[in-house]
Design a protein around this ligand. Structure first.
Ligand code: UDX
Ligand code: ADP
Length: 467
């Protein structure tokens, strides 16, 4: 089967870039990305490519090339479903904040709504592709809804998990390590798999396109993220030990990373991992394991999250104890709010927890992030519900200029590894700070020696203070 019309429900960090790349690589396929959020769609259609709702290096070029040719962004969900022969579901699946599985299970209400809408609108056979990260066996739930509420049309459900990392989404999509497609083992299931293989085969080498059954594909996504997050938590656990013993976490990471069985990636110690996937997917895994009575399996993976929370709290505790056990009324400047560099996404960013802890200690915080908006920062804090919204606005200020943000502060904390932080005029920053001027580098990116030469007192994650 030759796919001619693709639609994607959800124009977010995954759906937007993924569809843009498919459209760019397959000019003969019409790709329509729809979203219930009209503001988001308007931003995707903005003539000014700097205003796209998702910031990703290179995405403006891809969208600029394909948009209006065979890539469309729209709020007309029904029409897009009706016209498509393949429908991607890429809506959000946040962790449940209520009821059974609260704080752990994925909330599938948006997925279910999509399935019901697809069922009620479809007049022709469709291939439905789950792109959102979902707990194992969601495909069967989607199939159930489609088969029982549809108008007699046939649906094939595929699982095609997205492995792109934000900040490198375009490169990851153009040259993926692998594309995974899970489907039914029946003949029709295999035909559907082949249709999606053919789409990717336009730019991905065949040997990198893996096909499996649906459950393996769904579980592989959770497993990959759990393994990656575990590496970060493992090295972060060592960062605490390094600071106590005088070892340097970067040296340890380099030494173990050269072991080809271990490998060098995902060993960068940090103030804690964030992002939309790691925590959510591990919690999901923990919840699934518990559901099956596999308590030891659940505990094993939960420890990755516990270590991550510890790392964030350790960082803020260290700031408080270093500043003579009180930060009350002191100005602390955050460089970075995003969960990693080169993205404007802040979901689960370590900065949020660190800020919340310091605000509990009555610190005044100034934040500078090159891509995150003031609105987003306040929304992240308000979401925690720790204090009144007015209080968040009076205690935390967002600045558009890093030098302004650092002026008159007692300490600077680096929360995101943005490259530009390395190139600042640190002497000028030092001159305008209160003394002693502290820097807490939660990402290990700054040249500590030259900062110390200027006069800063520096802490770097996994190295501690230079004694
Ligand atoms: C992740 C997976 O990498 C991707 O395959 C999946 O599809 C979605 O989840 P993402 O969340 O975009 O992608 O970013 P990633 O680069 O994995 O980083 C996650 C977090 O871990 C970030 O906060 C990052 O700063 C942190 N991290 C990563 C470290 O602290 N140290 C490292 O060595 C690597
Ligand atoms: P991700 O990182 O997985 O892409 P996002 O939250 O960035 O997650 O994007 C998910 C998008 O899905 C949001 O823009 C949201 O408005 C959209 N969405 C949620 N429900 C629906 C729906 N029923 N139909 C279309 N879009 C939806």
């Amino acid at each position: 089967m030759n796919v001619k019309n693709i639609c994607c429900l959800g124009a977010g960090y995954v759906g937007g870039p993924t569809m843009a790349v498919i459209a760019q690589q397959c000019p003969h396929i019409n790709v329509t990305v729809v979203d219930v959020n009209a503001t988001r769609i308007a931003a995707w259609n903005d003539a000014d490519l700097d205003k796209l709702p998702v910031f990703e290096p290179g995405l403006d070029n891809v969208v600029g090339e394909a948009r209006g040719r065979n890539l469309f962004f729209s709020t007309d969900v029904d029409q897009a479903i009706d016209e498509a022969d393949m429908i991607f579901i890429s809506v959000n699946t946040p962790t449940k904040t209520y009821g059974k599985g609260k704080g752990m299970a994925a909330d599938l209400k948006y997925i279910e709504l999509c399935a019901r809408q697809i069922a009620s609108v479809s007049k022709t056979n469709k291939i439905v592709v789950e792109k959102s990260t979902l707990p194992v066996r969601t495909a069967s739930a989607i199939k159930n809804i489609l088969d029982h509420t549809g108008n007699g049309v046939e649906f094939q459900i595929l699982s095609n998990p997205e492995f792109l990392a934000e900040g490198t989404a375009v490169d990851d999509l153009l040259a993926p390590d692998r594309v995974l497609i899970g489907g039914d083992t029946s003949d029709k299931g295999q035909e559907a798999i082949q249709a999606l293989v053919d789409v990717y085969a336009h730019w991905v080498p065949k040997e990198r396109i893996l096909t499996t059954n649906v459950w393996s594909s769904e579980l592989s996504k959770l497993t990959a993220n759990a393994f990656l997050a575990q590496r970060v938590s493992s090295i972060n656990s060592m960062s605490a030990l390094c600071e106590k013993t005088g070892a340097d976490v970067n040296e340890v990471a380099k030494a173990i990373g050269l072991d080809s069985r271990i490998g060098s990636k995902f060993l960068k110690s940090s103030v804690g991992f964030g992002g939309s996937c790691f925590q959510k997917d591990i919690l999901n895994l923990v919840y699934i394991a518990k559901t099956y009575g596999l308590n030891e399996v659940a505990d094993y993976w939960e420890q990755v999250i516990i270590m991550n929370d510890y790392q964030k709290n350790r960082f803020s505790n260290n700031i408080v104890s270093t500043l003579y056990n009180t930060v009350s009324g002191k100005k602390i400047t955050f460089l970075g709010w995003a969960f990693k560099k080169d993205t404007n996404d802040t979901r689960e960013s370590a900065a949020i927890q660190v800020a919340d802890n310091l605000l509990n200690e009555q610190a005044h915080i100034a934040v500078y992030d090159p891509k995150v908006t003031e609105e987003r920062i306040y929304a992240d804090l308000d979401y925690l519900n720790t204090r009144a919204e007015e209080e968040n606005r009076s205690l935390l200020n967002v600045k558009n200029d890093p030098y302004e943000a650092c002026k008159d502060s007692h300490a600077i904390a680096v929360l995101t590894e943005w490259d530009e932080f390395k190139t600042y005029d640190w002497q000028a920053i030092y001159d305008n700070m209160l003394k002693p001027a502290f820097v807490f580098d939660g990402r290990g990116i700054l040249d500590i020696k030259s900062l110390e030469n200027i006069g800063f007192v520096c802490y770097s994650i996994g190295k501690g203070f230079n004694k």
